[in-house]
Design a protein around this ligand. Sequence first.
Ligand SMILES: *Cc1c(COP(=O)(O)O)cnc(C)c1O
Length: 422
Amino acid sequence: MTHAPAGIDRRACAALDAADPLASFRSRFDLPEGVVYLDGNSLGALPRDTPAFVQHVMREEWGVGLIRSWNDAGWFAKPTDLGDRLAPIIGAAPGETVIAESTSTSLFQAAAAAARLRPKRRVIVAERGNFPTDLYMLESVQELMGGGTALERRLIADDGPTLADVLDEDVAVVVLTHVDYRTGRMHDMAEVTRQVHEAGAVVVWDLCHSVGAVPVDLNAAGADLAVGCTYKYLNGGPGSPSFIWVAERHQAAVRPPLTGWHGHAKPFDFTVDYAPAPGITRFRIGTPQLLSAAGLEASLRMWAEVDMARIRKKSLALTDLFIDLVDTRLADRFGAEVVTPREHHRRGSQVSLRVDGGYPIMQALIERGVIGDFRAPDLIRFGFTPLYTSFTDVWDAVVRLEDILTTGVWREAHFERRGEVT
Ligand SMILES: *Cc1c(COP(=O)(O)O)cnc(C)c1O
């Protein structure tokens, strides 16, 4: 593990920024002056080129092109075109990825399709600590794919039971989130995939907190199916579409449960019966959300210039620095505990702290211009997005947090008030 040098100060952070090969990307984002934005793991910042691109789609493609744009502006092929643009970021080959609806729907599509690949097996394995929508969607998969009696669910957790504890010849599908949304803990994708395959099951990876955050190589890991969202580290914008990836070797056999006309082999024949399109296209459902897709397209054009190895190197340096500063300045005095794994190979691109008063502390911090978030029951979360987060940002965030804890300003009653979204 590399450590930030002891006694680092703001000036040393500025020197790290000056030597940062990704530093120029910060000017490609429209961030408000004075804000330290450490919530790009929930909603990525706005790329400067996005508004003009979205406006072009609205004014020219929609306003002028009208219905002709389905052909002339490539609207019909947009989901697979954008899937192919996204592919290099997740280690996918062309023709393996499609842009879809929300992550929740995509998780349902992928998990049910995966369960159908193992029709004689009756167990789905998931994680107790996963983002709840994944578990909620799996409840429906269990009920609908069970043929009368619901499939059994087995839950694993970081503190047990382990995957080895629950895997046997009854398991059809294992659904795992690569990087945990609460703690930032990362699974070893290749090793876990190998373990799942050894038991004869298939694995669905949720990449919501991985895509654009850490290097992902689905094909090198031998993975089966994956889903993820594009409004977090990829900066596609609020509500930008999710994606589904299916390994080429499964594409002929795989049957998604939602069979809409855009996934049909010949949608414009308007036939009575469903016939799946070849390849990943069968995972399409209906008319794609093209205006949301425009935000994603603008962002992916920028991502085409990004080297994920550089992202990872800087992400680890930023999170190491943050962890070191918390350890040296906040741990003993205020009992702030880093719950994110310290080993690099187990860490995504966020750091979570357990601290008494987490919710009002985060509200006080946001009022001071450092935006992170709170996850029940007791964690404050900081996402580090190497394209637009600087080492000086990390310094400023910890110093402002230290000040809030020292003065106790966070105990003021109004910081307890909760909005609908925390
Ligand atoms: C962010 C996130 C989601 C979001 O689902 P939506 O349908 O896009 O709201 C789902 N799963 C995980 C693991 C996430 O981190």
